[in-house]
Write a protein that binds this ligand. Structure first.
Ligand SMILES: [Zn+2]
Length: 254
């Protein structure tokens, strides 16, 4: 049940038929692991917290840099050189003390991903390189945790929900294949990134994550597994691709 304070706080959700009181209770009892508190992770964290997710773990091994402030909206001048994970958790505590937030100042890799992800209802991956995204995806498949992935390169964005642990559903590796495990080949330091566009992809990712969390209890709850949303920030435009399960995928196939 929601207390009167929480009913007030989430009144605009609760009047939406697509969420309602039942949906809000579900969000309050949900736990989300956010990978990366960067250009994707910062606005995602704000909207996950604003949506009333009850427990949020935020993992990032970097410190805040001045060049982050152009898009990483939870940080300010005074945060420069501080741990992103710690300052992200501080932001959540100031925003809503009712949220149980856990900072993880670690680099996610294939060895630790499954342990960090365990116990969460959903992982939202906003990391900035293929190696991490593939390690996170593989761990989600192994741990049977749904994954919302958000990736941005210049003015192209990709957002999708994956449930590779289910028999007929693709995982992120089914989409990108095995070519990128070893290299950090798409970091925004090389490419550049526009803050408002990465924020757009990020908040779309939160929308898709909410569909997963509300599955079975509210009308918004269609997880749209394997439906890849491709954003073109310049036009702007969006198209969708259905990602099929690869029977030879080394994470989820066979
Ligand atoms: Zn797969």
């Amino acid at each position: 049940m929601l207390t009167p304070d929480r009913l007030d706080r989430f009144a605009r959700h609760i009047v939406l038929p697509e969420i309602g009181g039942t949906g809000q209770v579900r969000l309050a009892s949900s736990s989300v692991m956010l990978i990366g508190a960067g250009g994707v992770g910062s606005p995602a964290l704000q909207y996950l917290a604003a949506a009333g997710i009850g427990r949020i773990t935020v993992a990032d091994c970097d410190d805040v840099d001045a060049s982050n402030l152009q898009r990483q909206t939870i940080f300010n001048q005074a945060d420069i050189a501080a741990s992103k994970a710690e300052r992200a958790a501080d932001w959540v505590r100031r925003f809503d003390p009712a949220i149980n937030v856990v900072p993880r100042n670690v680099r996610i890799d294939a060895d630790n991903a499954a342990g960090l992800i365990a116990g969460h209802d959903l992982v939202l991956d906003g990391s900035d390189n293929f190696a991490t995204r593939l390690a996170v995806s593989d761990a989600c498949v192994a741990s049977r945790v749904p994954l919302t992935t958000v990736a941005v390169g210049r003015f192209q964005g990709q957002v999708a929900n994956f449930a590779g642990h289910l028999p007929d559903q693709a995982c992120y590796r089914c989409w990108v294949g095995d070519a990128f495990d070893a290299e950090d080949c798409d970091t925004c330091a090389d490419q550049g990134v526009l803050g408002a566009f990465v924020g757009m992809a990020s908040t779309l990712g939160v929308m898709q994550a909410l569909r997963v969390l509300l599955d079975g209890v509210a009308d918004l709850g269609d997880p749209q597994w394997g439906k890849l949303l491709l954003l073109d920030g310049l036009k702007p435009a969006m198209r969708t691709i259905a990602v099929a399960k690869d029977p030879t995928c080394r994470a989820c196939g066979g």
